[in-house]
Write a protein of this length. Structure first.
Length: 255
């Protein structure tokens, strides 16, 4: 609301919409048609103000610059990903040998293939198993690590090390561990147990899940830590005062 000051009042308002004898929204005090002063803390309004018509149109260079930065990446994606994908999609409707149009026959052949169905089943099974475990394990580790604030950096580095190991090195390491004559079977033999063919039996799926979790848990844990660090400690202190237990604080504050 403007602040009125008693003063002679001319016939009408001024050009900027302010009335004489009062402070307008820009902090200017007008009296008898003249600006007498400015309220402290109000900056002088630049010429043009908020009038949309007074804004200068965007320069052409400002519109082109973003596309110059995005251009190389978009070109690479188009050449390396989009064009090959469109070509593969086109070829899927033609015969591989004669090049004749066959419609959806190729898709029917793939769906009827037993190996494809097995691969699709294993993929869905892998996703439904790994993703919930990955989210749960990384969250639990992040909550535990937040209680050791002085050693958070050490834990982050330790759990992120698997991400720095190349896939080829991981495959070689897993072969040494889980091969029929590998390290784990050697330990089992010394304990009097029978060796297990880890990679060519039903246990291969468990080894695959363990490998995925071992490699990716650290990354997800760091993401959880970034979110947990934004929670105010005062919330937990208030919950302690109210007598809330660990589970209540976890489900009602942390999550």
């Amino acid at each position: 609301m403007p602040w009125r000051i008693e003063s002679p009042r001319p016939a009408g308002p001024f050009v900027d919409g302010s009335e004489p004898g009062l402070y307008n929204v820009h902090g200017m005090f007008w009296n008898n048609g003249k600006m007498r002063g400015r309220m402290k803390g109000f900056p002088l309004r630049k010429k043009g103000g908020n009038n949309p018509r007074s804004r200068k149109p965007a320069k052409r260079n400002d519109c082109i610059a973003p596309w110059l930065f995005l251009g190389p990446s978009l070109l690479g994606v188009a050449i390396m990903i989009f064009l090959p994908f469109m070509d593969a999609l086109r070829r899927s409707f033609f015969s591989a040998l004669g090049g004749n149009f066959v419609g959806l026959d190729n898709y029917k052949a793939v769906i009827d293939n037993e190996i494809f169905r097995l691969a699709a089943y294993n993929t869905v099974r892998f996703i439904l198993t790994c993703l919930p475990l990955l989210v749960a394990i990384s969250l639990i580790l992040a909550v535990i690590i937040t209680s050791y604030k002085d050693k958070t950096g050490i834990f982050k580095t330790t759990f992120l090390v698997p991400m720095a190991i190349p896939v080829a090195s991981i495959a070689f390491l897993w072969k040494v561990l889980f091969f029929e004559n590998g390290l784990i079977n050697s330990i089992l033999l010394r304990m009097g147990a029978q060796p297990i063919d880890w990679l060519n039996s039903g246990t291969a799926f468990g080894v695959l899940v363990f490998t995925y979790l071992w490699k990716n848990t650290g990354y997800d844990m760091v993401l959880w830590l970034a979110g947990l660090s934004d929670i105010s400690p005062g919330l937990y202190e208030a919950a302690d005062i109210d007598g809330a237990g660990a589970l209540n604080k976890f489900f009602r504050i942390t999550l």
